[in-house]
Design a protein around this ligand. Structure first.
Ligand code: NAD
Ligand code: SF4
Length: 441
């Protein structure tokens, strides 16, 4: 059984409510933190090695230490709850079942950063969760953990929940800030990073829900103890939302020392693949990260098996590697068609492109059209090369990472599963009625 820090109390009935949360040790970390100096808390977070859980894995303590502190200018913490990455639903779970863990994490983090007004920006489709969060905020306020002069320390904090309009791009931190300011969610060029010029041009830290929730156990057990869990630069625990062709889809807390094979096949986690089917591939970090074929996931690399952590999943770079990303773990069995899967993703990215940059706006549309043609059995061999060429012209040439996110799945699919693309070209009639997986296994 892996170590549980975030979900250790998730099974307790009523843990969503302040009274039950408090009865099980809730807000004790906040009480401890408010007796510490902000610099001491920052040191604990740095020592913990916590890396951003939204997808980029940027060290949280380092991000906090970049926060500019110009005299007389308010600073803000903004929690990115616009969890829209296909296959990713772990923040939803945290907010729905453990809202006070997020509020407590926000209290500690806001105090450390010097924010008196902090925000949760939540995706519009999570329509039932803002009410849960707002109820938790009211409960915390009534108990003296939010509002004016918290626990008699002189520190004030208000937390507001802002509902997004349902655009994937608003999860990109600068688009999120634009949207929070009331404008269309178009990403800004970075630098300047939000830590210097963020919400209303004020210094702002934007952190993922899980990152902020993780600050609670870091204060509870101390940064050094937290850093002992996991391995290398993958410290602490990580929430993984597992879906696709597995027996037990759900949200799991792992300590990043388990292998990919164990995660897929053990009963503690995904419980294997239904109907005894073979594993074809995984997308381990949400749809934006490269797809990896089973042979590269289950075999050893440099004498080591693949582990569920930042370093091991990236081993081999983009030739064989992928990314931990947002922790959205998508499993494809032998019946699935990679061309069909890639086309579905291309349609998604094309629909969600904000349209500011030509390579993304035009390229995602071209990729979708070509993939649709190939998938329907109407493609030519040259189309596969054209697809490769287009994705290369998008990668690295756009304002925000959505361009890369659209290009990488196409690149990895062609790199690892070119035979499936060629099968569609060579079997136009079969392509109309079947997919590659069904026809070939
Ligand atoms: P990024 O690497 O540009 O930035 C990571 C964070 O570090 C940002 O907050 C950024 O402001 C900060 N940062 C980096 N360098 C800095 C500096 N020099 N000074 C101050 N701050 C600095 O990545 P990103 O655009 O934030 O995130 C991309 C990732 O998001 C992708 O890899 C993908 O996995 C993930 N993603 C997640 C979801 C989701 O729903 N969770 C959706 C889409 C994408
Ligand atoms: Fe918009 Fe795409 Fe450019 Fe990002 S990469 S700013 S989503 S057009």
């Amino acid at each position: 059984m892996g170590k549980k820090l975030l979900l250790k109390n998730a099974h307790i009935e009523g843990i969503r409510y302040f009274e039950t949360y408090r009865k099980h040790g809730g807000y004790e970390a906040a009480e401890k933190a408010l007796k510490m100096k902000p610099e001491e808390i920052l040191e604990e977070v740095k020592t913990s090695g916590l890396r951003g859980r939204g997808g980029a894995g940027f060290p949280t303590g380092m991000k906090w230490s970049f926060l500019a502190k110009p005299e007389g200018v308010p600073r803000h913490l903004v929690v990115n709850a616009d969890e829209s990455e296909p296959g990713t639903f772990k923040d939803r779970y945290l907010m729905e079942f453990l809202p006070h863990l997020l509020i407590e994490g926000m209290l500690i983090s806001s105090y450390t950063l010097g924010s008196n007004t902090s925000y949760i920006y939540i995706r519009g489709e999570y329509s039932w969760i803002p009410d849960i969060l707002e109820e938790a905020i009211e409960e915390a306020k009534a108990a003296g953990f939010l509002g004016k002069n918290i626990l008699g320390t002189g520190y004030d904090l208000e937390i507001y929940v802002q509902r997004g309009g349902g655009a994937y791009i608003c999860g990109e931190e600068t688009a999120l800030l634009e949207s929070l300011e009331g404008r269309r969610g178009n990403p800004r060029l970075k630098p300047p990073f939000p830590a210097v010029k963020g919400l209303w041009e004020r210094p702002t830290v934007v952190n993922n829900v899980e990152s902020i929730a993780a600050v609670v156990p870091i204060i509870e057990i101390g940064g050094a103890e937290y850093a002992k869990i996991g391995v290398g630069r993958s410290t602490g625990t990580k929430l993984i939302s597992a879906c696709g062709n597995i027996n037990k889809p759900g949200v799991y807390e792992i300590d990043m020392t388990i292998t990919v094979e164990e995660f897929i096949y053990s009963d503690e986690y995904c419980g294997g693949i239904p109907n005894g089917k073979k594993l074809k591939a995984c997308i381990p970090g949400g749809s934006s990260v490269p797809i990896v074929p089973a042979n590269l996931l289950l075999k050893t690399i440099n004498g080591e098996p693949r582990y569920m952590n930042y370093e091991s999943l990236a081993d081999g770079g983009f030739a064989t590697g992928t990314m931990m990303g947002s922790g959205g773990f998508i499993v494809l069995d032998e019946d699935q068609c990679v061309v069909n899967h890639t086309m579905t993703l291309a349609r998604f990215y094309n629909h969600e492109s904000c349209g500011q940059c030509t390579p993304c706006r035009e390229g995602t549309g071209w990729m979708y059209k070509i993939l649709k043609k190939i998938e329907k059995g109407e493609g030519k061999m040259e189309d596969i090369d054209l697809l490769w060429d287009i994705q290369r012209k998008i990668e690295g040439n756009t304002i925000c990472p959505l361009g890369d996110a659209a290009a990488w799945p196409v690149a990895a699919a062609i790199r690892h599963f070119r035979d499936e693309f060629e099968w569609h070209v060579n079997n136009p009639e079969l392509s109309q009625t079947q997919n590659y997986g069904i026809a070939n296994y």
